[in-house]
Design a protein around this ligand. Structure first.
Ligand SMILES: Nc1ncnc2c1ncn2[C@@H]1O[C@H](COP(=O)(O)OP(=O)(O)OP(=O)(O)O)[C@@H](O)[C@H]1O
Ligand SMILES: [Mg+2]
Length: 382
């Protein structure tokens, strides 16, 4: 067992493509860490450097307490599951899972001829581990089938089995669920979490899907253009995004950003968007930024229909009036597209609402959940 650390790691491709830019990140022993970010932000590159498939241009990579920059991939004791896992098509499931173990532990043909008792014991052990792994993944009934005789989800589990059976120090997973359909992805997601809980192996999991990141990660690290933006527990990243990018990336439908100004009146700091203004809860840092142009961030789920009962009571200071432009029914709620002067907002509104297209309605905002970002630096002020 071991943690993994990036210390000021940079990877430059060619002359000037900084795929990973001064990354410092500690993944704890037994932790499930998700690296997430849009396409091209450097997730795969970061993972490949841990695997030893890419060399860091600068900085140190540690597995446990050992600097591994110069350790060859096969000696790093990691297992990697790729997006395009390739199973051996001519081998059955059993052999696909056993293959790596045999290669590693039975060494060579000549050795087996000369050490046959020992080889027989190792083969027995491999057999036990393959069957145990297959049972854990629910594919013990398919051991004799070839990959082409399996569904996509079953193939995915064989690929996982091949990685798990080795009980490595660290798992590296690069979008391993992206080939599965939506339903199977949700199911396999839960299986992976369960598996991690029972094996307790340090895992770095890469995805561009924020829902996958939020649901799977014990902590999630959000990257953009090779730069780490924030690393924390999912609920912290959601509730206290460090900057506008993280705020907009995490959450669905995405957070609304409204151009606004911070003003002070009668000892109270307000965030003023023109059409409406709200008192800033917890004045501290906002007071120092009075006079600045800011972006007010409000998540769709922080907006409620003021005429419905909700835990946020409408007052003179937390409501606004807007016209309903579009209303998308999702079954459990509506996504409402609202227009309020120059502002466009998305709101998640409970079913049971009486709001209607082209009509004005009153909405209430949970002020505890209003975010404020410096317009210029995009760093969170509140
Ligand atoms: N071998 C390479 N040579 C040159 N540039 C590369 C190479 N590999 C990756 N890059 C560049 O480095 C950047 C990061 O790529 P990387 O594959 O790490 O992104 P990613 O976050 O995994 O994206 P995706 O979600 O699309 O898989 C990209 O701009 C990419 O074009
Ligand atoms: Mg990638």
């Amino acid at each position: 067992m071991a943690g993994v650390s990036f210390r000021n790691v940079t990877k430059v491709f060619g002359k000037d493509v900084k795929a990973v830019n001064n990354l410092t990140l500690d993944i704890r022993d037994q932790e499930f860490m998700v690296l997430v970010g849009p396409s091209g932000c450097g997730k795969t590159t970061a993972l490949r450097m841990v695997a030893g498939l890419e060399e860091a241009t600068e900085g140190d990579i540690l597995i446990g307490d050992v600097r591994v920059n110069d350790v060859p991939p096969k000696d790093r004791d990691i297992a990697m599951v790729f997006q395009n896992y390739a199973l051996y098509p001519h081998m059955n499931v059993y052999d696909n899972i056993a293959f790596g173990l045999r290669l590693r532990e039975l060494k060579g043909f000549v050795w087996q001829l000369t050490h046959w008792n020992e080889a027989r014991e190792i083969k027995k052990d491999i057999d036990r581990r393959v069957r145990e792994t297959a049972a854990m993944l629910g594919i013990e009934g398919y051991l004799n089938r070839r990959p082409k005789e399996l569904s996509g989800g079953q193939r995915q589990r064989v690929a996982l089995g091949r990685a798990i059976v080795r009980k490595p120090k660290v798992f590296l997973m690069d979008e391993p669920l992206s080939n599965l359909d939506a339903k199977l992805r949700v199911q396999t997601r839960a299986e992976l979490i369960r598996l991690h809980r029972s094996l307790g192996i340090t895992t770095i999991y890469v995805t561009h899907d924020q829902v996958e990141a939020m649901t799977m990660g014990q902590r999630i690290a959000i990257m953009r253009d090779g730069v780490l933006q924030q690393c924390d527990k999912p609920e912290v990243v959601y509730q206290k995004p460090a900057n506008r990018f993280v705020a907009g990336f995490i959450g669905s439908p995405p957070m609304n950003f409204l151009e606004a100004k911070l003003v002070e009146e009668g000892g109270q700091v307000w965030v003023d968007a023109g059409e409406f203004r709200f008192p800033v809860v917890g004045n501290g840092a906002a007071r120092d930024a009075v006079g600045k142009d800011v972006l007010m961030g409000i998540r769709p789920e922080s907006i409620f229909d003021a005429s419905l009962e909700s835990h946020v009571k409408p007052t003179d200071f937390n409501t606004f009036v807007a016209k309903v432009d579009v209303l998308e029914p999702l079954g459990h709620e509506y996504v409402a597209y609202l227009k309020c002067g120059k502002h466009n907002l998305l709101a998640s509104i409970e079913t049971g609402t009486k709001i209607a297209i082209d009509q004005e309605a009153r909405f209430v905002v949970n002020l505890e959940q209003v975010h404020i970002f410096d317009k210029e630096t995009e760093v969170a002020i509140r």
